[in-house]
Design a protein. Structure first.
Length: 294
């Protein structure tokens, strides 16, 4: 694998680390099977790309993309909490609706960002290659998001969200408004995904209506791989595991697709993903079996 491919894998891994953090909140903390991710990721990208193309400051466009993702998550939670639609079905309905919403926002299937400013080229120092600077800035953003989540889920409201996911009946008995906690948790989750979509379009040079396909699978894969590497129930280690899992996942994907002796090509990406997730799911079972042996 070339140095350029290595930095590219780290760059994409850090972007999807934000997705994985969002997926961790919904699937692990809230126990909410959320497929909205496949729609909120391109939603964040669409909002960011359209605003940047219209001449809006990239930082404002990125914040707007994050807010758009948060609103999408809140709507999914509202369908579940207020309209009593099953959580999985509510997220599927939102995912389907967002496909049309994203097309409306972009006014077509894609929005290019070839010569438009992004947060990366605005901050890039002279003399540093872009493929080196982008992963460094993304690392700062991911670390900041991870630390913010660690702090938030140690607060009273964050603990209430975790209690809602662990035992909603007990949480309600303690006076927690579980419906409001679901809305808040879903907003934080999809806000992170919307932020990831904004980062993605700014590194890839534009948004596309199909960029969200399979996002939830990548997010879940990163969570599963991370939990296999660093198994822990403490939130500070769990979020670190998710970030590490996303980077490791993308590294193995890049290594597999760039290894000539294996013979894999770009169209084999989904196959490699399925194999990696299967291995990550089997490893904990093997560990348990081996630990039981005398």
């Amino acid at each position: 694998m070339s140095l350029f491919s290595l930095f590219g894998a780290i760059e994409i891994g850090l972007i999807f680390a934000l997705v994985a953090l969002g997926v961790y909140i919904s699937f692990r903390l809230l126990r909410f099977p959320d497929l909205t991710v496949d729609g909120s990721f391109p939603l964040g990208g669409a909002v960011c790309a359209v605003l940047i193309a219209a001449g809006i400051n990239p930082w404002i466009a990125t914040l707007a993309a994050t807010a758009a993702g948060a609103v999408a998550g809140m709507v999914t939670g509202w369908l579940n909490v207020k309209l009593k639609i099953m959580d999985l079905l509510a997220s599927i309905l939102m995912m389907i609706a967002l496909y049309s919403v994203n097309l409306r926002i972009m006014g077509g299937p894609n929005v290019p960002l070839i010569n438009d400013p992004t947060i990366f080229n605005l901050l890039q120092p002279a003399g540093m290659e872009d493929y080196v600077f982008r992963p460094l800035l993304l690392l700062v953003i991911v670390v900041a998001a991870k630390l913010a989540l660690d702090w938030f889920f140690a607060t009273e409201r964050g603990l209430a969200i975790r209690a809602t996911g662990s035992n909603p009946r007990m949480a309600r008995a303690q006076g927690v408004n579980t419906g409001a906690m679901i809305l808040l948790g879903m907003a934080v989750s999809n806000g992170l995904v919307g932020l990831a979509g904004a980062m993605f379009v700014q590194t890839q040079g534009g948004s596309d209506i199909s960029m969200g396909i399979g996002t939830i699978v990548i997010g879940l894969a990163a969570v599963i791989v991370g939990e296999s590497i660093l198994p822990s129930r403490k939130i500070i280690w769990a979020t670190l595991a998710v970030v590490v899992g996303a980077i490791v996942y993308r590294f193995f994907i890049a290594a597999a697709l760039n290894s000539d002796f294996i013979g894999l090509k770009a169209q084999d990406l989904n196959l490699v993903t399925a194999v990696l997730v299967t291995i990550a799911l089997v490893i904990p079972q093997l560990k348990r079996k081996l630990s039981r042996k005398p």
